[in-house]
Design a protein around this ligand. Structure first.
Ligand code: SF4
Length: 383
């Protein structure tokens, strides 16, 4: 029987993989047990967890805030560098807990300036994340699972199946590694956007993704504003509801990609569980801040999602709530995709874009970056 690893903070428990038997896109998970944290790794710990650590060391809670600031704002990974803590405490910490982030194993740089990085995890799995520099900002595309259970037909990660959830440390660690690699100490050189859009379905690993979001957005940490962080989901309706109940929370994007249940179920099996009606209801009920919009990502696949009727249905779907539409010409993925899948012509892409814009939608065509290094949308996979 296939097995997967479910995380309970720093401890992994093998459990039966429900996806090996029948599709079950549950967002059920084990709540973290703080008593299991020590001894361990302070990388990825939130303030509550650091407070527990310092309590166990009989230290005042404000020491936890100082440690948090050192770990995330200054990105120190050696207790000896924590000059905001007394020397005697640094020595005790060094013997109790390490600060170990996932390490970059390989970097590929695209002709468009973006880079794909492979990170080696402690148990041997590798994950990928992408750094995309722009004129006045940088975007980090972060993975949330090793592999993915959603099995979207256009995606190399989906073809691998789910290996395991990433821990908060492994998720936040990708951002820490990319920022250190590309920006060094210059974290305020340009605004940073984070998209949980790499390998995995973020809402299928809800607790750990939100744990990473908490440390990355915390004012004493990397202080990345929540509005600059986006979770992209294949459509786990209960997870969308759960996200809407969080405050603060990242922005929401739905990977829509088709406008009928028949077409969508063909390329995204999750649609058989939560179809377009369930998604529409979840998005209409999603509480938005003033000016906030839900992003609809729509892969243009010739003959599958690029017809004028598709555009009409897309317009109708998007008109039900404040939204913006990203049209993404399909990226061919070795080892994934149906044989008939290919991107439409530029003329077709422009036609659909113009149709939607003329109906008052905010629409952009997202030419995926990093396609020459396998770093574009849908191309991330183990090598
Ligand atoms: S597109 Fe996203 S949700 Fe779908 S299989 Fe790939 S990683 Fe998973």
């Amino acid at each position: 029987m296939a097995r997967r690893l479910t995380r309970r903070r720093n401890v992994f428990f093998p459990t039966v993989n429900p996806f090996a038997q029948s599709p079950d896109y549950t967002t059920r998970e084990i709540e973290p047990d703080l008593s299991l944290l020590l001894p361990g790794n302070a990388a990825g710990m939130g303030l509550d967890e650091l407070r527990l650590l310092f309590k166990r060391l009989d230290e005042a809670p404000y020491r936890a805030s100082q440690a948090f600031e050192g770990i995330y704002r200054h990105r120190w990974d050696d207790w000896d560098r924590f000059t905001n803590l007394p020397k005697s405490l640094r020595i005790r910490l060094a013997s109790a807990v390490q600060i170990k982030w996932p390490e970059i194993e390989r970097t590929l740089t695209s002709s468009d300036g973006s880079s794909k990085h492979t990170l080696k995890l402690a148990d041997g799995y590798s994950i990928e994340c992408v750094y995309m520099p722009y004129e006045n900002r940088a975007t980090l595309c972060i993975s949330t699972q090793a592999g993915c259970a959603m099995a979207c037909a256009f995606c190399a990660t989906g073809a691998m199946g789910l290996k395991r959830n990433l821990t908060s440390a492994e998720i936040a660690g990708q951002a820490m590694a990319l920022i250190t690699f590309h920006l060094g100490a210059r974290t305020d050189a340009a605004p940073i956007n984070i998209v949980f859009m790499g390998m995995g379905e973020p809402l299928h690993n809800f607790g750990n993704v939100m744990g990473a979001f908490a440390v990355l957005s915390h004012p004493k940490g990397l202080a990345i504003p929540p509005r600059r962080v986006t979770i992209s989901t294949a459509g786990l309706a209960p997870g969308i509801k759960r996200l809407g109940e969080c405050n603060p929370r990242p922005r929401l994007a739905l990977s829509l990609n088709a406008t009928t249940n028949e077409a969508r179920s063909k390329i995204m099996p999750v649609n058989s569980t939560w179809g377009l009606e369930a998604l529409s209801q979840a998005l209409r009920s999603f509480p938005l801040e003033s000016g906030e919009r839900i992003t609809l990502e729509y892969a243009l696949i010739e003959g599958i999602s690029d017809g004028l009727e598709d555009a009409k249905r897309l317009s109708k779907f998007a008109g039900q709530f404040p939204s913006k539409i990203n049209l993404i010409p399909y990226n061919a993925c070795p080892g994934a995709g149906l044989p008939e899948m290919s991107p439409p012509s530029d003329a077709r892409i422009n036609e659909i874009g113009a149709y939607l814009a003329n109906r008052g939608h905010i629409v952009s065509v997202r030419r995926s970056r990093g396609s020459d290094i396998g770093g574009a949308c849908g191309q991330l996979a183990f090598k």
